[in-house]
Design a protein around this ligand. Sequence first.
Ligand code: KG4
Ligand code: ZN
Length: 358
Amino acid sequence: MSLALGIETSCDETACAIVRDGWEVLSSLVWTQHALHEEFGGVVPEIASRAHVERIYDVAAKSCNAAAVPISHVSVVTVGNRPGLIGSLVVGVSFAKSVAWALNKPLKGVDHVRAHLIAPFLKNPEETPTDWRNESPAVGLVVSGGHTSIYEWISPDRAHEIGRTIDDAVGEAYDKVGAMLGLPHPAGPALDLLAQQGDPTAHDFPVSRLDKHSLDFSFSGLKTAALYAIRGLPAPGGHFARDHTALSPGQKADIAASFQRAASRAVILKLERALDSHAKNARSILVGGGVSANSRLREELLDLGRRKGVRVHLPRMDFCVDNAAMIASQGWWEWQAGGEDGLSLRARPTISMPARAQ
Ligand code: KG4
Ligand code: ZN
């Protein structure tokens, strides 16, 4: 039996988890800062890093208590050290270094985006584990607030990005369109609920295809189409005559549902292309990131899996959004494969997936 301590502070969630043998989640605590950022309509980096400093110790202590594990029993300390807001990452990395140094345990830095793809394998101890080896090769899909990418996924330490967004991430589009509809930040979950009361065919919003073999995404056209549906066409000079307060609840729900349909179709289209081209031998689809909590996308992914004859692994709802259990799991597998970082580990704000396959 081997335990990993996971620490995650890349954006606006302070999280800590204890995971056994790479998949059994003994505890996973997430303290979300949404309330601190809400009045600004987005994450304020300075507020985020200060809040991490104030909370990290408590969250870690509570996570050890919840797992009923003395921290000295941990085999490896893992931390999301890339990508993210630099001031936020530095807090988690410094804390993880202190713990690793004090306990004299190995330290492993983890790529946050890649960790989202291990989230579907996280289970409670009483559940039956899914061995990732039986699911490889897989197509990985990360749909979050900061990233929208497709990967060829071989193992926890081997994945190649084969498609990515050329502008907004899908979660960012959800958040911006939700804000235009007057929903609180982050607007994805509220837009999902609102969409369930609307007609998804009310507006024929564009689904970006790019060139016919492209596995890349683009959400800026969809976002602009939603803007015009909400506020009308701009007058010369760029001024809009109205905002969301001019719309009835039914009109808002129709826009939300139509947006959600187009956003989901754009994701499914590229995933289907990936399965037909790059990943013909894929046995499964692994999905992660906050938007994998979206009700319509989950249904469409399961439907795609049935049509293509591949298994679809979706994370449990609490493991879709940022959490430290995915960091502990990803870090543990990488550590098992022979990777270890010293106390010189640095926080890195930019992404570092292996070079993109052509
Ligand atoms: O993975 P995550 O927690 O953070 C990043 O790594 O970016 O993803 C957060 C994103 C936000 O944009 C949020 O609005 C979106 O996930 N999100 C959703 C839903 N739940 C969270 N978007 C659509 N539908 C949802 N149910
Ligand atoms: Zn994330």
